[in-house]
Design a protein around this ligand. Structure first.
Ligand code: PMP
Ligand code: GLU
Length: 394
């Protein structure tokens, strides 16, 4: 049986693949340190678990409206107003099976064959694949390291063609952890308005910032920008709920309606119990991100200091998310490897440290290290990476 052309060239998500590989090696008795994970290592807070149990006991185990229960939509609306100063109505919100599926569904409903979407690189691995699955073409614009991996309005202007339909902005970014400032967003926003582009603002890391920089949603900068933006977010990172699979999109009524129609023929509603758990997450007085931020900040500082000491490795210090994105091309070439991908494979083989090669993020000279593991493990991982480089330099 031949596989459909649509998915023949589809590569599996490298982030998920590395995490799975590290887990498998661990299960087989190897002392592996996995820096691949794109998920907080904290437990989902107890009051959220309790809300899920209560929902089950109350029999909330049936289909719900496709776009999510009304109470959860209201809680998302309150969140967007409280945190982002944005006002939405229920028909401008869809609750989805994770932020990833919000993006997938969005591309399916906005793209016609050959439409282009501007994807600033380094990018999260799933954007280009999802765009291609919807018949679109990712138009990659390189965010240069000297500009903290961010793209400029001039670069955006140059990349726009008659086929450009949308742009993705992911701030704080996965994999670089960099953030756009308000004035940078305003400048990019003007180009989007001039060329009538839809803006897809992936704000999944908005709560995980370790500097005094404030997260700004491009949608909150003007009514004009809000009307051309779809905000993507969810509870995966903010409430340590990656496995529950709840995300959302907030945007123009026509787009949300089309996404809901499509979901009604694909996922139907996101899991009912997970929706009640997410309702508790958004309605709670507690803010789990306070503790998470403290712990992540300590780990970031510890890992960063050790990584930049390694010969042939340079790294910008990120502002948010939970990844370091060092350039290791010099370390790899100095030690005789043909590519960073080979270097990453040898590191796993020899030192049992699993990291994600930058090639999947559109930045083949770099690697992504997640610091969603304990400080002790991070220190041990840095020690092994250093030993690996030094052994190969001999
Ligand atoms: N966007 C980015 C930038 C991400 O890193 C992730 C990672 N999970 C997602 C979206 C998807 O999140 P979710 O787990 O809610 O699908
Ligand atoms: N977003 C996370 C990552 O980049 C989780 C894995 C995934 O969904 O790709 O690692």
């Amino acid at each position: 049986m031949e596989i459909a052309n649509r998915v023949k060239t589809l590569t599996p998500s490298s982030t998920l693949a590395i995490t799975a590989k590290a887990k498998e090696l661990k299960q087989n008795g190897y002392d592996v340190i996995g820096l691949g994970a794109g998920e907080p290592d904290f437990n989902t807070p107890a009051y959220i678990l309790e809300a899920a149990r209560e929902a089950m006991d109350l029999g909330m185990t049936k289909y719900t409206p496709t776009g999510g229960i009304n109470e959860l939509k209201q809680a998302v609306i309150e969140k967007l107003s409280r945190d982002n100063n944005l006002t939405y109505s229920a028909n401008e919100i869809i609750v989805t099976s994770g932020a990833k599926h919000a993006l997938y569904t969005l591309f399916q409903v906005i793209l016609n064959e050959g439409d282009e979407v501007i994807v600033p690189s380094p990018f999260w691995v799933s954007y280009p694949e999802q765009i291609k699955l919807a018949g679109g073409t990712p138009s990659i614009v390189s965010g240069l390291e000297e500009n903290n991996f961010k793209i400029t309005p001039e670069q955006l202007e140059t990349a726009i063609t008659a086929k450009t339909k949308a742009i993705i902005i992911n701030s704080p970014s996965n994999p670089t952890g960099m953030m756009y400032t308000e004035s940078e967003l305003k400048a990019l926003g003007s180009v989007c308005t001039k060329h009538d582009l839809l803006i897809i603002s992936d704000e999944i890391y908005e709560k995980l910032i370790y500097t005094n920089d404030k997260h700004v949603s491009i949608a909150q900068l003007s009514t004009e920008l809000k009307e051309r933006t779809v905000v993507i977010n969810g509870v995966s990172k903010s409430h340590a709920m990656t496995g529950w699979r709840i995300g959302y999109a907030a945007g123009p009524v026509a787009i949300i309606k089309a996404m809901t129609n499509l979901a009604s023929h694909s996922t139907s509603n996101p899991t009912s119990i997970a929706q009640y758990a997410s309702l508790a997450a958004y309605r709670a007085k507690e803010d789990p991100t306070i503790e998470m931020r403290k712990v992540f900040a300590e780990r970031l500082n510890a890992l960063y200091d050790l990584i930049v000491e390694i010969p042939g490795v340079t790294c910008q210090k990120p502002q948010g998310a939970f990844y370091l994105f060092p350039n290791v091309s010099q370390a790899a070439s100095l030690t005789g490897f043909e590519s960073v991908d080979d270097w990453v494979s040898a590191l796993l083989e020899e030192e049992k440290v699993a990291i994600v090669p930058g090639s999947g993020f559109g930045a083949p000279d770099y690697v992504r290290l997640s610091y969603a593991i304990s400080k002790e493990q991070l220190e041990e991982a840095a020690k092994r990476i250093r030993r690996f480089v030094e052994n190969h330099l001999k």
